[in-house]
Design a protein around this ligand. Structure first.
Ligand code: 1HN
Length: 348
């Protein structure tokens, strides 16, 4: 009878697994359900970093190590579900970088793409392939893959920005490359604003050659322009029930996302706005640029204020209530998922 045979079947299987294990073989049926779950499964959990808690550590880092010695003096925002893995979502890295007056973070390049969202202070610059751009709070700045970049602060105050990188994506494909520039600072070969003037005003050179490949030739998107656009949009139409007034940063040469792996967004929520629930497969990191409110992500509610960071894992419902008028910057791996035909969203 089959019931009598069950224990033997179990023992036979264990013996089979042990023997095949020695030859680097394993039975799929033991792991199949974990490999293809019915809906997104991620170790990423909802989390919130209050800037008022994090800032003292960032400033203390400034006393403990120089930007030059650290190469990049950054406090990493580690997702509590993935401690030790230097990531805020399964695919993306985030950290708060500090550069003090007079410091230089030495030039290097890598295949990972980076974005910067300026959180505090003005007067530092980042240089990308020979052009510097001065940082102001709320600016969105891109370091395209494989471009030389260094940061400096000739100004008089500390400058802090949020870095977002596609570290885990590039690692997944084992496509990491990195080189150090022979000098701390690369030579300046173009005037400040050259890229923005050439590509950021609905004009492009005849037969434009994309200077940064699949990444936008505009590498600095000033907050003043983004904010003005949101204010104008708010006068022109009703807010979306899920997103308020939300825009994506684009590559003017393609109309698509500004970066091939990371999507960046900015949204305005009017005072008193309560969003409808929204979820998508791109786990998303948010930074509050202006205003206070409450973000409910899955089961957890976070009260945020300006400069706070919070993260929504893939497929967890997100709702935002704006106590005052809010501007949120956010980024995710949406372009990568869309390029691979994987991205899904669900409203309400
Ligand atoms: C990097 O190169 C920078 O260039 C910042 O500012 C953060 C995190 C991981 C790997 C490289 C930068 C980084 C990074």
């Amino acid at each position: 009878m089959a019931s009598v045979l069950q224990p033997d079947v179990g023992a036979a299987r264990q013996d089979f697994y042990r023997r095949m294990d020695k030859d680097n073989l394993a039975p799929l049926w033991e792991v199949l359900h974990n490999l293809v779950p019915p809906a997104p499964a991620t170790p990423c959990v909802p989390a919130h970093w209050k800037y008022r808690n994090v800032r003292p550590y960032v400033m203390e880092a400034g006393n403990i190590i120089s930007a030059k010695e650290a190469v990049r003096r950054v406090v990493v925002l580690e997702n509590p579900g993935m401690r030790g893995q230097s990531c805020i979502t399964r695919s993306l890295y985030a950290g708060l970088q500090l550069i003090l007056p007079g410091e230089v973070a030495p030039s290097h390049r890598h295949s990972q793409s980076a974005l910067r969202f300026i959180v505090e202070g003005s007067g530092a610059y980042t240089a990308v392939n020979g052009e510097r751009t001065t940082m102001h709070p709320g600016d969105f700045i891109i370091t395209p893959s494989w471009t030389w970049h260094d940061h400096g602060n000739p100004g008089g105050e500390p400058v802090v920005w949020l870095d977002g990188l596609d570290v885990s994506i590039v690692e997944l494909f084992s496509a990491q490359f990195m080189e150090t520039y022979p000098q701390d600072s690369q030579p300046v070969t173009r005037g400040e604003g050259a890229s923005y003037a050439m590509y950021g005003h609905n004009l492009a050179p005849l037969e434009p050659v994309a200077p940064f490949g699949k990444t936008s030739p505009v590498f600095s998107y000033p907050y003043a322009r983004s904010r003005e656009t949101l204010a104008r949009l708010a006068r022109e139409r009703d807010p979306d029930t899920c997103h308020g007034w939300k825009m994506q940063f684009i590559n003017p040469l393609t109309g698509g996302h500004a970066m091939p792996t990371i999507g960046a967004f900015i949204q305005l929520l009017p005072k008193g706005f309560r969003s409808a629930s929204y979820r998508s497969t791109d786990g998303t990191a948010f930074v509050a640029a202006e205003g206070e409110g409450r973000a409910t992500i899955g089961e957890q509610a976070f009260e945020f204020e300006p400069r706070d960071v919070f993260v929504a894992p893939s497929w967890q419902p997100v709702r935002v209530e704006a106590t005052s008028e809010c501007v949120l910057f956010s980024f995710s791996d949406r372009p990568a998922q869309q390029a691979l035909g994987l991205w899904r969203e669900q409203r309400g």
